[in-house]
Design a protein around this ligand. Sequence first.
Ligand SMILES: [Zn+2]
Ligand SMILES: [Zn+2]
Length: 433
Amino acid sequence: MKAVLLIEDDDALRSMIGALLEEHGWKVFAAEDGEAGLNLARQYRPDVVVCDLLMPRCNGYQVCRAIRATPELHDTRIVMLSGRDYSTDKLNALEAGADEYLVKPVLPTELGATLLRLTSGEVPAAPVPAAHPARIPDGPPRVKFWGVRGSIASPGPGTNFYGGNTSCVEVRAEGEIIVLDAGTGIRSLGLSLTQEFNSQPLNITLLLTHTHWDHIQGFPFFMPAYEPRNTVRILGYEGARQGLAATLGAQMESPYFPVGLKELPGNITIEELRDMEFMVGKVRVRAMFVNHPGICVGYRIEASGGSVVFIPDNEPFHRMRSQPPGTDTTTIEFAREQDEKLIQFISGADILIMDAQYDAVEYEEHIGWGHACVDDVVDIASRARVKQLYLFHHDPTHDDERVSRMLAYARSLASTGLLVEAAREGLEAVIKR
Ligand SMILES: [Zn+2]
Ligand SMILES: [Zn+2]
């Protein structure tokens, strides 16, 4: 006989639920506050604990956390009951360790079904991609910039031309919608996709280079993630401290945002990548770890119509490691080799989008910050025989005039055949071969 522990301070409700569960064959233990409930849980190890949220002496969150911290109660399932129908309370309960959150008044049939499901060992089904997703027209690969700024969004009259939103680039290739990074620019991309495809289901792949704020902060405002018929597959590499899912979920915890990542109605999957090469439909993607604090990659997207390389944050090794003057030759040689590997990764790309946050003077003040000086970026692109270079991750203190001056300077350095542009919001580039 399965056992349930009922922790509820309302006497009438406790008796009523207890009697109903007994009728349905459950062995019932009951407690009228959290502290007494925890003592009974440790003593009898019930299959399920049904626990009220707001109770004297120990609230439901505390009960959940205490149960989850008790190894002998590892298999005990927890159902939280609450009179409060706020998504943030539900999220807090799930994060504290509850398996279910039911809002009062709870129908006896609903509670009974929940208990049976939780104790039957059933695994919830994984989300399935949309059955008839919108068809993305074929054609040459296309890139559109939705956020080009680095570090922090910087809207205002001074940044109107290039834009103030942080890192987000859309690539359409081989019938796929691939989104690079989820900085604040992803908000406008989401609105645009919703409008373009009206109500057709979408399959979207989001590739994250890393989880610094300027690369993930827009995700909670990405409307396609709120549409149940859409599938959003998020791919990236594990962070330095914790997994990708934990990091993305953390920015949506209730102190920061009213809707939790797990509560988003869209089919969201988060996959931590292990291999440095993988497919998105017919598009081959390669990744490379770059020189930036924490774990950070660049992506190379290889479609039949052309290639796009995205390296939004990177500090070229040579200029960084050859400081101060007189650095030993072994270190300098190592730095050269590392830059050489990057050049090979980029080699022959049709479009290169690359961190060019500083000029050479500013760089001197920012050595070890993880960003590039424009001189090095043009040099790398030239040596890699790239066709089009887009300066990216503009410094938040650089106004339009300053970015334009950096662009003019970059063009003056570029080798023949290399087209240089500064990325700006709304700019589209189509690969023509
Ligand atoms: Zn960044
Ligand atoms: Zn970063």
